[in-house]
Design a binder for this molecule. Sequence first.
Ligand code: EPU
Length: 418
Amino acid sequence: MQKLVIQGGKRLRGELDLQGAKNSALPILSASLLCDGESVFHNCPCLTDIYSALRILNSLGFKCSFSDNTATVKYNGICRSEIDGELMQEMRSSIIFLGAMLGRIKECTVSYPGGCELGSRPIDMHLDGFRKMGVDIREEYGKIICKVRDKIHGAKISLSFPSVGATENIILCAVLADGETVINNSAREPEICDLAGYLRKCGAKIKGDGESRIVINGVKKLNGCEYSIMPDRIAGATYLSATASTGGEIILKNACINAMESFTSMLESAGCSINTSGNTIYLRSGSCLKAIKNIKTMPYPGFPTDAQAILMASLLKAKGTSVFEENIFDCRYRHTDALIKMGADIQVIGKTAVVHGVKRLYGATVEATDLRGGAGVTIAGLSAEGTSIITGLNHIDRGYENFEKSLALLGADIKRTE
Ligand code: EPU
């Protein structure tokens, strides 16, 4: 079993190039399934979830390769309509292949997806959207069997919540459908704009991405293209937080500044000084951060749920009391047990977590229970006294490329051991 071993207390300082966005690359890889010819993706992060997506494409008949942050996906005919249960279990984003498969071959069988345990993660909105577009769906022995009787047709779909995955899946199903699809109350996340940007470059007709009403006009055919994946705003938030919590300074290059604003403004409230220029963020932090009273996770452009554990970890020693409200997932405070073990003072009541700043954190052996929680406990380890050992690295490796190497580059004393 691999572990991260951290000697806490080092002030982080240096420059870092931000990786490509996992949550953009995954739906975009799925979208490549809709295209003839070849797609070449630059700035694709090297992550276990990306390998899982490429394995799904390979299993369906595509020819894929990956090296030096470039992924290539070549259409070679689709040889099957079922995605293996084992591949579906590897990550939550496996469900995004359902919309693309329906769009392309009008049938697909999948099982329920795996991924981080953040509470119940239903896919009812995805399936309701497909039904409206003419897909018959039945469930048998844990398998979801989807078939289109006649053809996939455009539809007016109103989401009861701006779900990122449901918005992406419906776009993927709609780009080759007959007629116009309108998604009302669509998610507005920047990764959705990146997906739409790639699909448009392949020939799709999509308008309104980044807003609450997306309109897709089906086209007959899409052709693969060369595309560069946007930077990862949550990985960016992680390195900024890690630096802030150790009183350090960082130049973060290749960042998506606008997409990170709800996060960087929080670090400014905590007392960090932040300057931006082009696609570079410069952060400098004092020795003690200030608590933040009111951090509510919301769909974009609100404060991202994916950054909740990360910001919390950097505020554990802040002066005063910080209050978090988690509004997206019903079980996203699992990292707090590990943080408390390290000396943090946190009370969780329902969707609220109250963090009283403490003077010191102490190194401990703790487990990463999910991806962002794992990043959070690592940040706590960096500002704790003594040695921390983090297990459960399979979660962290799903979303962070060269995690410990990047932190070590900034001056952290962190190593991966067997
Ligand atoms: N929901 C439903 N029904 C649905 C779909 C969603 O009730 O059919 C609920 C979910 O249970 C949740 C809320 O709606 O309570 C939001 O879920 P959403 O569909 O927006 O999330 P997702 O598509 O499953 C993506 C990211 C997550 C990120 C969320 C929210 C990817 C691969 N995953 O998940 O990222 O937290 O959006 O922004 O894009 C991560 O990177 O660590 C991560 C978990």
